[in-house]
Design a protein around this ligand. Sequence first.
Ligand SMILES: NC(=O)c1ccc[n+]([C@@H]2O[C@H](COP(=O)([O-])OP(=O)(O)OC[C@H]3O[C@@H](n4cnc5c(N)ncnc54)[C@H](O)[C@@H]3O)[C@@H](O)[C@H]2O)c1
Length: 375
Amino acid sequence: MSSPHTTSASRTNTLFLSPQDVASIIGRQGMAATLQGMATYIRQDFLRWESFDKAPRVASHSPDGVIELMPIADASRYAFKYVNGHPKNTAQGLSTVMAFGVLADVATGTPLLLSEMTLTTALRTAATSAVAARALARPDSRVMALIGNGAQSEFQALAFHHLMDIEEIRLYDIDLAATAKLMHNLQANPDAAGLRLIACASVADAVRGADIVTTITADKTNAAIITADMLEPGMHINGVGGDCPGKTEIHHGVLRAAKVFVEFEPQTRIEGDLQHLPAEFPVTELWQVLSGQKPGRDNANQITMFDSVGFAMEDFSALRYLFDQAQTLRLGAPIALIAQLSDPKDLYRLIRPMPARSERAATQVDAHVALTETA
Ligand SMILES: NC(=O)c1ccc[n+]([C@@H]2O[C@H](COP(=O)([O-])OP(=O)(O)OC[C@H]3O[C@@H](n4cnc5c(N)ncnc54)[C@H](O)[C@@H]3O)[C@@H](O)[C@H]2O)c1
């Protein structure tokens, strides 16, 4: 990767991508290709799991939400995401999830990319869910229940339609307006052509007969939205909204009935639906399945569950993807986030008071005289 839109004069410039820039990438590539592209980068990075310096994210909890920092690095790139989760935000016109992120050069520490990640998080979460489902769900899955029809939901629907061949989605949200919004957005969207959408009256109604169940609700409570009595042989549960201590969606009976897969076990034990189960409850990390080291689903009747919480590596992959696309499409703006110095040891020069014009002229005359005298 080279520096963004650079000349030698702007070696420290950072490429800035706004939400409009990311929307332009989707507009230029198409939604299906964007989701597929991001899924490819995510899968590639899962396949080189050992090359990452990994740690659970750092969370700062408050009564109504959480703010998290998600750092990760390989030998050449460092990335972090700032992200919040405040389920009550929508009542005051703010998003539940808001994010931005940075991709930097490990060799010099130069920040290469500063990007919006609210839209990007929805894309990367949907792409990750699809990568997991491709490895874990039954390949003949065609019907999905989508519980929680908020900001992330269209992206999940489109990722499963394009990357998993899902043909019918059964929708449920406690907020009827959210379901109507999701219906409206997808019905008017050529990207969702051929996708059947059915609004359901209850969770049980939506889940009945589904091959895949995606839960992507937001509520800071230990909810039990999916219970063991709703399970049918061969179902795959894509549990996305339970991602914080004290914020879960799936009854522990579902996990006990399933083979459970996670992103990064130390983080999911703290944040996932897994938090309700003892430390010795067995789980498999997704990278082990993708790399062929461990089996995924054992048979067509088994219940599988991806207990997703969102791991920093997925944001690293997403930022890599955006950086590459933005340079190819020449999108984004180079910004001088970092001070540019002709003498890197002279940072003080940035704040050194400039002499007034008359003083400057006098100084130049003095210097000229001094030079002439010494000549
Ligand atoms: N695992 C990950 O990687 C990841 C990534 C992004 C977001 N998330 C999580 O996904 C969730 C959804 O995010 P969002 O941005 O779409 O939030 P949002 O607030 O826009 O939408 C959440 C929806 O869930 C609905 N809901 C709440 N309780 C429900 C219940 N009991 N049954 C049915 N519906 C219910 C709400 O009415 C709302 O429409 C959040 O919890 C967020 O933290 C996880």
